[in-house]
Design a protein around this ligand. Structure first.
Ligand SMILES: Nc1ncnc2c1ncn2[C@@H]1O[C@H](COP(=O)(O)OP(=O)(O)OP(=O)(O)O)[C@@H](O)[C@H]1O
Ligand SMILES: [Mg+2]
Length: 497
């Protein structure tokens, strides 16, 4: 079993960016090491080097004194390394056993699969982790959380000694996060080396022993978790104090007339949902993942079919038939899933930001390039999108910076927005920029825009929204005013049937 893994002078450049430079640190057995840093700091790049997906320009990886060369993922796997990315890497059409063994199926000398052995081992691993998973179940039918557990079990089956996670909790509910943490603690107690990337600072204090902070591709600090606190971490990451984000927010204190009225909305996933939104009001939607919040706003926006119910905008009935009609009515939806519903990955930042306002950017028959670029530039500045040029294609941005491009698109000056819907806008975004997003939400409210703000981070909804609407199982279980909201009473409603 390896005692340590060491990164020694790792460097990696992409056109126009030094993604990593001179990164040196050591991760030891029986410990969880956090890798922290702002969006684009280089965390995922370092994990891709560890997994052999990409090769560094300089530097080496050393395991127990021995220099390693990972020219391909296979080499890293054979040296006991597993990297668990956010996008699952399982085969949905195969069952749990087949996925756990995919890549190296054991066979007899006659070439037959050792099916009994595979089934038995899988069962043992599932039991060792104490999970309610059926080995014969197709992986495609499992929830995102359980798919992630299957990836962890796969790493365990390969007897990986070094296991890295890239933002594993982003799609998980609180209950699922506690299962994940239980598994991670088991890996740690078994003496494995665990590397953990997340933007949620509370998690860092719960699960990690050591912290390495990256900034602009360089290592700025290493710390022992028990010896630091949030303020110090933020300062190391952002390079300055950001103070108490929430109390500094400059809010809108004059709510206007009723802007949006939703009465008894029913869709396949939503039952009898009614609420109102005033001009200048921020309505926060809280609830567990899967509570139906996304489905409500998708129906509002015209993306999902409405079975019954009524939507009024400024007192007039709105027929939410199509997304186009919604945009014309001034509804903007900034979706949760940036890959599936948001971005055109192979187009530039500018193209992605200008997409909904192309008709306003036309000069005669052509696009006004200057105007488009100004619009994109503003977004890049507002959300500190880290990129060398506006022409960079979106697939080459870091995860958090992709999220910022979506925000930039739906909050640009040219969009005539009356109702702004933000679905998990801060998912994967670093702490410094989160504060900017909150202020931006308040600024929109001050202009009289009604904002619907969905978030799974309770503290965030409670502190940013004027009214907190709580959902569970497709219906609203309660509405709480900001001054009355506490994590306890909102959470209690979120679990209510
Ligand atoms: N394939 C690529 N081509 C060009 N540039 C890239 C590529 N992959 C990453 N980069 C750049 O390298 C830098 C580091 O990106 P990386 O994905 O490692 O950041 P990160 O720390 O994981 O950020 P986040 O928290 O947003 O996920 C960024 O500036 C990014 O744009
Ligand atoms: Mg990343």
């Amino acid at each position: 079993m390896p005692e340590y893994i060491e990164f020694n002078g790792i460097g990696k450049a992409y056109p126009g960016v030094q993604a990593l430079k001179d990164i040196s640190f050591r991760a030891g057995a029986g410990k969880v090491l956090a890798l922290l840093g702002e969006n684009g700091a280089g965390k995922s790049t370092l994990l891709k080097i560890l997994s052999g997906d990409i090769q560094p320009d300089e530097g080496t990886i050393i395991i127990d004194g021995e220099e390693q060369k990972f020219a391909a993922p296979y080499h890293a796997i054979s040296r006991g390394i597993s990297v668990i990315y956010q996008d699952r890497q399982l085969v949905p059409g195969l069952n749990v056993i087949e996925n756990i063994y995919s890549g190296d199926l054991p066979s007899t000398r006659l070439g037959l699969l050792r099916k009994d052995e595979m089934r038995r081992t899988t069962r043992e691993i599932i039991d060792a982790f104490g999970l309610p998973i059926d080995p014969e179940e197709l992986v495609g039918g499992l929830s995102v959380a359980y798919q992630q557990m299957v990836e962890i079990m796969k790493a365990y089956r390969r007897d990986s000694q070094i296991i890295a996670f890239d933002e594993p909790t982003a799609p998980l509910t609180d209950a699922e996060i506690s299962i994940l943490f239980r598994l991670i603690r088991k890996l740690r107690d078994d003496g494995k080396i665990v590397i953990y990337v997340s933007h949620r600072l509370a998690e860092i204090f719960q699960i990690t022993d050591e912290i390495v902070v990256l900034k602009d591709g360089r290592l700025v600090k290493t710390m022992a978790t028990p010896e630091t606190d949030e303020a110090e971490l933020i300062k190391a990451m952002v390079g300055r104090d950001i103070g108490d984000t929430y109390s500094r927010l400059s809010r809108n204190d004059k709510l206007g007339d009723v802007l949006l009225e939703v009465n008894n909305l029913v869709t396949d996933a939503v039952h009898d949902v009614s609420f109102t939104l005033r001009k200048g009001e921020i309505a926060g939607f809280a609830g567990l993942v899967g509570a139906g919040r996304t489905e409500v706003v998708r129906a509002l926006f015209g993306a999902d079919h409405i079975l019954s119910g009524e939507i009024k905008i400024n007192g007039k009935i709105h027929k939410a038939g199509s997304e186009k009609a919604s945009i014309e009515q001034g509804i903007a939806l900034c979706p949760e899933d940036r890959k599936e519903q948001g971005l055109i990955m192979w187009r530039s930042i500018t193209d992605n930001i200008c997409l909904p306002v192309l008709d306003k950017l036309k000069k005669l028959l052509f696009l006004d390039r200057k105007k488009s670029e100004t619009l994109a530039e503003k977004a890049v500045e507002r959300y500190s999108i880290k990129t060398p040029t506006l022409d960079k294609i979106v697939s080459e941005l870091s995860g958090g910076n992709q999220q910022k491009v979506i925000l930039g698109r739906w909050t640009s000056d040219l969009i005539d927005t009356k109702i702004l819907i933000l679905d998990e806008p801060t998912k994967g975004i670093d702490v410094g920029t989160k504060a900017e997003v909150y202020q931006m939400v308040c600024d929109f409210a001050k202009q009289g825009i009604g904002v619907i703000f969905i978030s799974s981070e309770l503290t965030e909804v409670i502190n940013v929204a004027d009214t907190i609407i709580v959902m569970h199982n497709g219906h609203i279980t309660g509405t709480v005013k900001r001054e009355d909201a506490t994590e306890e009473n909102v959470l209690a409603l979120a679990m209510l049937d």
